[in-house]
Design a protein around this ligand. Structure first.
Ligand SMILES: *[C@@H]1O[C@H](CO)[C@@H](O)[C@H](O)[C@H]1NC(C)=O
Ligand SMILES: *[C@@H]1O[C@H](CO)[C@@H](O)[C@H](O)[C@H]1NC(C)=O
Ligand SMILES: *[C@@H]1O[C@H](CO)[C@@H](O)[C@H](O)[C@H]1NC(C)=O
Ligand SMILES: [Zn+2]
Ligand SMILES: [Zn+2]
Length: 439
């Protein structure tokens, strides 16, 4: 009995140490990944990859050359991978190939816009640009892969590299999940460049980070006719106008004022002649929310209000949420335990004063889809050096990446993965020891 309680006490102390130790070193020999990532053979290698991808931006599910470049680099490093996954996606594996598995994600797609930055490695494809930093995301994940491969013997388990297509609205994450490659993964981490966060800093929060985002389109049908004889028609224009007003009341009258929601009607199409009442009017827009519950409630009410309000004017309505082309993206919600874990790893790598909080963001991220299946964590990586210049926001034609940020992203990816595998092993060992004692 005395022995048991001493062992239990030991486990309690051990668990306590686990929760407060800033970094769960599997082996004391693991070097500082940030110093390594800043060395020219890693840093310049990443810069070169990033510039190649930047010059040849490819849209969602068309990342053929990007995918080919990623595979060539993985071949160079001797890292096995699965391809194609989700059309152009690549899934790499570093480590034992056995559980536990921890995943790191980078998105690969560019945007349909013209680059206006004049520099040596400007986009060579007119009308397409990496203006969201996904070129940097890919190069940092490859940088992490290079470091991790060199230190494969220091960790027990497998790091799964997720190079994902089509983040910008076409649901690449969903296709990756549908392919089943994230089965058995214990956690997934992702990062996004942040133009207005200082270089060397990171920012994130526990719980909701990005909003959930959905789209809708409705056809409101009446009966067209001569505008001078409205009583012979059923006017869908008036019906659509009232539908739009009623939609605005969903947020102003039905939702908690402390729960931030957006519903914007952005499309109103119908009729052409000034003396003809049209047969039908099409309206559409987008809606955003930070909880799945509010999001699904809004979706439900949008459909109900459109149909019922159209009915007031004797019109019929059909509502579509366009889920085939634009999958609903749920809110991006960071796991609380992973938040604590991230903070400890980032603070020990960057310094406590470099790890910041961040406000909620109304934009959306399809990383949310992973988080519905696997505990997941997403954070921002700073890159602004105001002594040099203020950087433009993502999706601006003047968007620039400060390449000095690349080592930080690579080192964070590598540290998050290796320490997480070590943490899982220590937890398993602690549980096994407990079972052993109880038997
Ligand atoms: C890896 O972990 C497994 C399961 O905990 C253990 O059996 C094995 O001995 C470990 N291997 C190394 C090289 O530490
Ligand atoms: C996940 O684990 C199960 C059970 O061990 C195994 O059958 C399955 O193949 C694994 N899936 C992947 C993608 O590794
Ligand atoms: C609405 O649908 C009902 C049932 O299908 C139909 O009888 C009616 O004519 C429709 N009204 C309009 C304005 O299209
Ligand atoms: Zn974007
Ligand atoms: Zn992005």
């Amino acid at each position: 009995m005395a022995l048991f309680s001493r062992v239990n006490l030991f486990i309690i102390i051990f668990k306590y140490l686990l929760t407060i130790t800033p970094i769960f070193s599997y082996s004391n020999e693991v070097p500082n990944f940030l110093d390594l990532a800043k060395e020219p053979q890693v840093f310049e290698w990443m810069v070169d990859i990033r510039r190649k991808i930047h010059e040849n931006p490819e849209l969602g599910y068309e990342e053929f050359e990007t995918s080919k470049l990623i595979r060539a680099k993985l071949d160079e490093l001797g890292i096995p991978y699965k391809h194609p996954v989700a059309v152009t996606g690549v899934i790499g594996y570093i480590g034992t190939g056995l559980p536990p598995f921890v995943a790191l994600r980078a998105d690969m797609d560019a945007l349909l816009m013209q680059e206006l930055v004049e520099w040596e490695h400007k986009s060579k494809v007119p009308g397409k640009m990496h203006a969201c930093g996904h070129d940097a995301h890919v190069s940092m994940l490859l940088g992490a892969a290079k470091i991790l491969k060199d230190h494969e013997k220091y960790f027990n388990g497998t790091v799964v590299l997720v190079f994902q297509p089509a983040e910008e609205g076409a649901g690449g994450a969903k296709k990756i999940l549908d392919a089943g490659v994230l089965e058995n993964v214990s956690a997934i981490f992702g990062l996004h460049m942040h133009a207005n966060l200082p270089l060397g800093e990171v920012a994130s929060r526990s719980g909701p980070l990005f909003a959930g985002s959905g789209f809708f389109e409705a056809i409101i049908s009446g009966k067209g006719g001569h505008a001078a004889l409205p009583h012979h028609s059923i006017d869908p224009t008036l019906a659509a106008s009232n539908v739009i007003l009623s939609l605005q009341h969903i947020i102003s009258r039905e939702s908690d004022p402390l729960d931030p929601l957006v519903l914007s009607v952005t499309k109103f199409q119908g009729g052409a002649a000034l003396n003809v009442i049209p047969d039908s009017v099409t309206i559409g827009g987008t809606f955003r929310a930070f909880s799945k519950k509010s999001f699904m409630q809004m979706r439900h009410r949008i459909e109900q209000v459109i149909i019922a309000q159209a009915g007031v004017y004797r019109c019929n309505a059909t509502v579509s949420f366009l889920e085939e082309e634009k999958p609903l993206i749920p809110p991006t919600v960071n796991n609380g335990d992973l938040h604590d874990y991230f903070q400890s790893v980032a603070k020990s790598l960057l310094g406590a004063d470099k790890v910041k909080g961040v406000e909620l963001i109304m934009g959306s991220e399809d990383f949310a889809l992973y988080q519905e299946v696997v505990p997941g964590y997403m954070f921002f990586l700073g890159m602004e050096d105001i002594s040099v210049e203020h950087l433009a926001m993502a999706h601006s034609p003047y968007y620039k990446v400060n390449e000095d940020s690349l080592p930080y992203g690579a080192a964070l990816h590598a540290s998050l993965a290796v320490n997480y595998l070590a943490k899982l092993h220590q937890e398993v060992a602690a549980v096994e020891e407990k079972y052993h004692d109880e038997l």
